[in-house]
Write a protein that binds this ligand. Structure first.
Ligand code: MF3
Ligand code: CO
Ligand code: CO
Length: 247
């Protein structure tokens, strides 16, 4: 798990360096694919439930699972999952492409903070419900919507139990040291209603409002959680002052 997650983090960081106006999401997909193959791993999304590409790139109003095509946009979530030596590592972040206005920067910053707040609720014996509670309380201060996508258990299987809600929920259950799962909130500026494109994957907001997402794979420990997909250099973000950084 550690090796897979570290590779996912390095691939995501590299993918982020490619985000610039006029660079297509298809180019990002090709570069990510190559880096994963060169590392002796497999891009988990490719062929997963028929998904046609190696990475998810979700631009602007696209919430998640965007299929790379040829779009250029203002904010873009890149979601990398690698399968290395029998284990999956899953991580994503939202990058700024070109000039981005203040309110959009705030959405991106608050989304990252929500993911971190969720992570901070995790330790052996904690209730899964506290993740969604902590995130929801914070989002309420800004009036953003939390989209109905969930995190998931991960390890030898890409998506497994437990389901990780980012909203208030009634899911029972408590965390156990040694468990690995993702926390991956998606926040929209507008409403929570979403719809799927005809491709069966691309999830977008109905009102066209911008959305952002961040994701880490974490390991529950006795007194907290370890972020397995954290790559130190990935956290120095000079373009987003105020975003917590861990370098
Ligand atoms: N990486 C996504 C997640 O966070 C799942 C992508 S599935 C795909 O769970 F098929 F769209 F790639
Ligand atoms: Co992911
Ligand atoms: Co995930």
């Amino acid at each position: 798990m550690r090796a897979a997650c570290e590779l996912a983090a390095r691939v995501l960081e590299y993918a982020g360096t490619l985000v610039k106006p006029w660079v297509t999401t298809d180019e990002i997909d090709r570069a990510v694919h190559q880096m994963i193959i060169d590392a002796g791993a497999y891009p988990s999304p490719l062929g997963y439930g028929g998904f046609p590409k190696s990475v998810c790139t979700s631009v602007n109003e696209c919430i998640c699972h965007g299929i790379p095509d040829s779009r250029n946009g203002d904010i873009i979530n890149i979601d990398v999952t690698v399968y290395l030596n029998g284990y999956h590592g899953d991580t994503s972040r939202t990058y700024l492409c070109g000039e981005v206005d203040e309110s959009t920067m705030q959405l991106v910053k608050v989304t990252e903070e929500c993911m971190l707040r969720g992570i901070s609720a995790c330790k052996h014996g904690a209730s899964f419900k506290t993740i969604g509670q902590r995130i929801s309380e914070y989002v309420d201060e800004y009036g953003y919507s939390i989209d109905p996508f969930v995190g998931h258990g991960i390890g030898k299987i890409f998506h497994s139990e437990p389901i990780i809600w980012h909203t208030y929920d009634y899911e029972p259950g408590y965390m156990v040291a040694g468990q690995t799962f993702t926390i991956e909130p998606t926040l929209s500026m507008g409403g929570t209603q979403c719809t799927l494109w005809d491709d069966g994957w691309t999830a977008v907001t109905v009102d066209g409002s911008l959305t952002a997402q961040f994701e880490h794979t974490i390991l529950v420990t006795g007194d907290g959680a370890e972020i397995l997909t954290m790559h130190p250099r990935a956290w120095i973000n000079q373009e987003l002052p105020g975003v917590m950084s861990y370098a």
